[in-house]
Design a protein. Structure first.
Length: 134
């Protein structure tokens, strides 16, 4: 005999909020990359979520297709073990879909930041979970 599953009609279905909707100006976010020399990129978001109205190429050479949701920001350069320095120009345009992790614990008002080991590990875990889901 198979027990009957009881459905509770008033119980709300909780869905995860997409990361892109949680990102604000000033946040540091980790991005997916296919760069074999780097596990992930960090960027400081300087402009809110928008949609590209035409095919766009940023000054880093990234080509963004029309109607892609994007953020604009500044990359960080890895300068040591989990230490990064803000690259003040050029600005980067990145697809919202490339966001891997929001680093809300990092103070983006400083030009040099340190990613604590626990945060680095969390980013890598998210990266691995995302790869497994693909």
């Amino acid at each position: 005999m198979i027990p009957e599953t009881v459905r509770i009609p008033d119980q709300p279905v909780v869905e995860a909020e997409p990361l892109k909707n949680l990102v604000s100006e000033g946040h540091v976010v980790a991005l997916f990359t296919d760069d074999e020399l780097c596990e992930y990129y960090l960027i400081k978001v300087t402009h809110p979520l928008s949609s590209s109205t035409k095919v766009t190429k940023d000054q880093w050479g990234a080509v963004i297709p029309q109607n892609t949701e994007v953020f604009t920001g500044l990359y960080y350069d890895k300068v040591g073990e989990n230490r990064y320095s803000l690259i003040r120009s050029p600005y980067a345009i990145v697809p919202a879909a490339s966001i891997l992790y929001i680093c809300a614990q990092i103070d983006s008002s400083k030009d040099t930041i340190k990613v604590p080991e626990y945060l680095h590990t969390s980013i890598l875990e998210c990266m691995n979970m995302s790869k497994d889901a693909r």
